[in-house]
Design a protein around this ligand. Sequence first.
Ligand SMILES: [Zn+2]
Ligand SMILES: [Zn+2]
Length: 378
Amino acid sequence: MTCRSCGRETPEGAFCTWCGARQDADPGGPAARRFAASPGETVISPSVLTTLLPHLGGRGVREYRWAFGAGLVLLVGLYLLGFISAALTVAAVLVPVIYVMYLYEARVYRDAPVPVLLATIGGGILVGIVLTLLVDPLIAANPIFVDGVRGPVIDVTALLLATVLVPVVQEIVKPIPALVLRGRPEFGHSIDGLVFGVAAGLGFVMAETVIHYWPAISRMPIQQNPGAWIIPLLSVAILVPLVNASATGLVTAAIWRLGRRPVTRLAAGAILAAVVGHVAFTLGSMLLISFSLHAIFVVLWQVIVMVALLVAVRIVLDTTLHEEAVEEGLLQTTCANCGASVLASGFCPECGVAMPATAHISNPIAAASGDVAPGGAR
Ligand SMILES: [Zn+2]
Ligand SMILES: [Zn+2]
């Protein structure tokens, strides 16, 4: 049949395998663009899980939502009991642990789990330790708030060092471990670069958090009044890792594309979004703190930046999935998202998901018949 959108010959189905356009939809209907990695959502809906764990295809999202929710319940429970050290530890590892579960379940690493985990989470941790230990003394020697004639004032140089220069350097350094995997033929898609960058960013931020909060993690007694800790805890558990992971994912996804194509506006925009987003997060938070506003405003600002970065990741991911869809060539395969046996290139003709954004199962036929859970180990 001929696609109503791109005009190419495509296998029978509800979606065009080349451009992902729905074939049975009303052509005059609302044209909110579907997100290629999760066709049930639009590109601009800021869902954390389908954005940063794109191989779930929108279907495996629920169990991860439960895992994340359970982690948060544990964190809040420890906080209420005054166990701030334990709560900080949970906050530092929660998102990275969930991400390792995802890498395993979706087999994003194909048949090379050890090199991939070492290069991404492991490399991120290593880089995070080294950079944080180098940068922290520098920041400590240049306090942002100094004594003025009428109380504390901001030292602009110190402010720019801590909230602009350091985040920019971090965005240069964080992606490096994941980039080791670039060029391996099995990781040819931009979505691989994105996921590996996210993992490296999470490793980095986990190391940074543990180092920054080490005095509290290692020897803080049980707190009778833990009230002041809830906002830092939630920031450390959710906002800081998601912002760092999104930014690094944007940079690696952009670099993944270079070489195979000329430098595109998309790649440049992705890197710019990562750097601007990270600087906005740190600089904006510090300025709000300096105005002595309630911490809730700092959190609100951080949530706004996080959502903006997630949408940027979705736009980059959706665009690259569409661009790379025509490079594949038709292949008889089983869609890990819907289980249908299909002749497909970029998009599943049955459910419309982008094929590179589905779990990489070693035996798709067995998985579809229920012998092996999709994404399960061999
Ligand atoms: Zn088409
Ligand atoms: Zn499908």
